[in-house]
Design a binder for this molecule. Structure first.
Ligand SMILES: C[S@@+](CC[C@H](N)C(=O)[O-])C[C@H]1O[C@@H](n2cnc3c(N)ncnc32)[C@H](O)[C@@H]1O
Length: 252
């Protein structure tokens, strides 16, 4: 995927709070082996390593562009590798993932697989956006079904793999019994105006659409999106409530 580190970083501060929330469930022990799945540019991987003194931390991401930026965080005990969440192997004390597994299909298969990577006594700790039904996100799918975009995309539409809380709870129960927490939280973001929502999604939700649309249609898509967003949120500032799901499971 053509992830753009610059666009993604525009809203970096807003991403720290969910990171703190998921980290608050981590059990700090000495010399943990840790993997961060979908580590992106690695700043949060570094913060994770800082929280777990003596740990050996590996960040994995499928984007060479994001990983190139991550290299500047490399230090003893912290390294990064190109790879995919779906194909990671090994046994880890902490399997961590922040804002990444919503890009991976079939969570009914994925979640037991991720639990399978955790050593006995270890933890799986995940945060994933569950904002797919927000009107600003649904609008992207609507525009993708309008011309000229529908033809250019060959009718392709992104279907979110994100499950509901009860489904994650059920999957975790099957893997670790009662030893888990799962919840959803709405993070309030106050954005300057409706265009700022488009700026936000252009670094995330729009990425797979732009990957498939010819370059010549990117600006037209963005412009139609911005103009609809302005109609939906004519006042400023704009309240953008962003839902995120967090789950942490401890393996007996
Ligand atoms: C929204 S960014 C999150 C980055 C970082 N964890 C953070 O919270 O700042 C999502 C990252 O997941 C990566 N990604 C998406 N699908 C992936 C996959 N199947 N395997 C590995 N990485 C993936 C992308 O390249 C991107 O860097």
């Amino acid at each position: 995927m053509p992830w753009n580190p610059g666009t993604y970083h525009k809203f970096q501060n807003e991403r720290f709070l969910p990171f703190e929330d998921v980290c608050s469930f981590l059990e700090v022990r000495d010399r943990l082996s840790v993997i961060d799945l979908g580590c992106g540019t690695g700043e949060l991987t570094e913060m994770l390593a800082d929280r777990l003194p003596g740990s050996i931390v590996l960040g994995v991401d499928s984007s060479p562009e994001m990983l190139e930026k991550a290299q500047k965080q490399v230090r003893p005990g912290l390294r990064f590798e190109l790879g995919t969440i779906e194909t990671v192997t090994g046994a880890w004390d902490v399997v961590f993932s922040h804002a990444a597994i919503h890009w991976v299909a079939n969570h009914r298969e994925l979640i037991p697989k991720l639990v399978g990577l955790v050593k006995p006594g270890g933890q799986l700790a995940v945060q994933l956006p569950s904002n797919q039904n927000h009107p600003a996100h649904l609008l992207i799918g609507e525009i993708a079904q309008e011309e000229p975009f529908q033809t250019a995309l060959g009718g392709w539409l992104r279907v979110s793999p994100v499950l509901n809380l009860g489904e994650y709870a059920e999957l975790l129960y099957q893997s670790v019994g009662n030893n888990f927490t799962v919840f959803e939280k709405v993070y309030p973001h106050i954005l300057k105006d409706a265009d700022a929502i488009a700026d936000w999604t252009s670094g995330t939700t729009l990425v797979p659409y732009f990957e498939r649309l010819p370059q010549a249609l990117h600006e037209a898509f963005q412009e139609r999106y911005r103009s609809r967003l302005r109609r939906m949120w004519p006042d400023t500032p704009v309240f953008y409530g962003f839902r995120r799901t967090i789950f942490v499971a401890s393996k007996p």
